[in-house]
Design a protein around this ligand. Structure first.
Ligand code: 5GP
Length: 346
């Protein structure tokens, strides 16, 4: 047994220190970024936010809505080839910049992405997602996919430490998904005791990835736009959102009404609900480490996007970053023991 004594930080442990700025208004801030991916050699530009590959978030409807703001949707892995074909038949060419095809690492998963990519070769982003990205089998799968798809941009995760980020980039991934345990419907920390405070994971993993020309996604734990700004400030190239995109018209999840109030179900991808729905109730390699919650119905996701982008733009003006790219360089975090004033509720 060993103890690491250095304190690791989450979003709630810091605030961003304001800095002198020459920016006059938020309208001067650009949230678009350009990336060159290290292994696929592809270029991308857009707003580096990603809707999570959960079936209550990463839907085709969400992809259509978010692509209008140049935001990516990691489309969940449960759509069939036929559903993909029907979806893509009427979409503009630009949709390929804003969708990722998600997959697990089972034999069935492998066959399915081969079929979908063969039928739709313009799909560029592949998101290879497992709860625990530390297994050798996962690294081998990433290598295999890189071999099959030399020019696809491969997202792989989840991990939380620099050495594993490096290993995955060397195995052929372009963008590493970072986060174990911070998710809003995740119970991994409760069930297993395993995890890593998200802001420190971002800072350490970004450093490792950038050293090799790779990129990272901060995945999970953002509750408010300020958390997204902190993730970018810590060095995340992309930020993935689940809970913040749940409960909308475009989200999946059963609609329920209670006492005249509308809700949508939102659940973790390894919750009992997801397993009952997709794996006939039989627990797969992911044990049940997710919860099911009711999220108040929030209307169109476009309104939430405005709120998020407005918040992050404002962060940029507070530190004098004319472009999102500059935010991390201009970020000084201060450690705090308080956040917002809760007197009138959270
Ligand atoms: P959120 O933005 O809701 O805080 O976090 C979303 C992320 O939570 C997802 O992108 C995914 O990484 C993670 N997640 C989704 N479902 C589950 C689950 O059932 N268990 C765990 N451990 N994590 C989950």
């Amino acid at each position: 047994m060993r103890i690491e004594n250095e304190l690791k930080l989450g979003f709630k442990d810091v605030m961003i220190r304001p800095k002198r700025s020459t920016l006059k208004s938020r309208s001067q801030v650009s949230l678009e970024r350009n990336f060159n991916f290290v292994n696929s050699k592809k270029q991308w530009s857009g707003v580096p936010i990603i809707a999570a590959n959960m079936d209550t978030v990463g839907t085709f409807e969400m992809a259509i809505a978010l692509s209008k703001d140049k935001i990516i949707t990691a489309v969940h892995k449960h759509y069939t080839l036929e559903e993909w074909t029907a979806f893509l038949a009427n979409q503009p060419y630009s949709i390929y910049d804003y969708i990722a095809l998600s997959t697990g690492i089972g034999i069935g998963d492998e066959e399915k992405i081969q079929q979908i990519v063969n039928a739709h070769p313009k799909i560029n982003f592949l998101c290879i997602d497992v709860a625990n990205g530390y297994s050798e089998h996962f690294v081998d799968f990433v290598k295999k996919m890189r071999g099959f798809f030399p020019d696809k941009t491969i997202i792989a995760g989840n991990v939380v430490t620099g050495e594993m980020v490096e290993e995955l980039i060397l195995a052929g991934a372009d963008v590493i998904k970072v986060g174990i345990g911070p998710g809003s419907v995740c119970t991994t920390r409760i069930k297993t005791g395993v995890g890593y405070p998200q802001l420190s994971a971002i800072i350490e993993c970004a450093d490792a990835a950038h050293g090799l020309g790779g990129h990272i996604i901060s995945d999970g734990g953002c509750k408010i736009p300020g958390d997204i700004a902190k993730a970018f400030g810590g060095g995340a190239d992309f930020v993935m959102l689940g809970g913040m995109f749940a409960g909308h018209d475009e989200s999946g999840g059963e609609i329920v009404e209670e006492n005249g109030k509308k809700y949508r179900l939102f659940y973790g991808m390894s919750s009992q609900t997801a397993m009952d729905k997709h794996s006939g109730g039989i627990a797969e390699y992911r044990a049940s480490e997710g919860k099911t919650v009711k999220v108040s119905y929030k209307g169109a996701v476009a309104e939430t996007v405005k709120d998020i982008l407005g918040g992050v733009r404002s962060t940029c003006t507070y530190v004098g970053a004319a472009q999102l790219r500059e935010l991390s360089k201009r970020t000084t975090f201060i450690r705090v023991s308080e956040q917002e004033n809760q007197i009138f509720g959270g």
